[in-house]
Design a protein around this ligand. Structure first.
Ligand SMILES: [Zn+2]
Length: 118
């Protein structure tokens, strides 16, 4: 039996690592006391990121939301590609008459409601 030299598998091309989860935090500037809320990687230091108004370090005073999984912008764009088709496709498939009927109903429904709840 002939031993076949095993070729090393090609190294996996660097896949974009699963993005780290984010946290939504409140921070206070150590110098000017300005408060801000921001989205930052969960691993961000408690004291560190700079203040928007004076540039001094800020201190994290609260975590308002943890474990936020960032969306992949490419996937979002792909989704929009599909999502942007529906309205036009429907409008084109309806007869102008049916379209007017639907629009009239919608307008009547809108105007029926009291203004405050709109
Ligand atoms: Zn500041």
């Amino acid at each position: 039996m002939i031993a076949v030299a095993r070729q090393a598998k090609p190294a996996r091309t660097a896949k974009p690592a699963t993005p780290a989860t984010l946290i939504f935090v409140r921070r206070r500037c150590l110098v000017c006391d300005a408060e801000q809320q921001r989205l930052e990687p969960a691993a961000t230091d408690e004291i560190g990121p700079t203040c928007d108004s004076c540039g001094a370090p800020t201190e994290r005073t609260a975590i308002l939301r943890a474990g936020i999984v960032p969306k992949n912008p490419s996937a979002v764009a792909l989704g929009r590609l599909g999502g942007l088709k529906g309205g036009r496709a429907r409008a084109e498939s309806l007869t102008p008459q049916r379209r007017r009927e639907i629009a009239r109903r919608a307008a009547q429904a809108r105007w029926k409601r009291p203004k405050s709840s709109k």
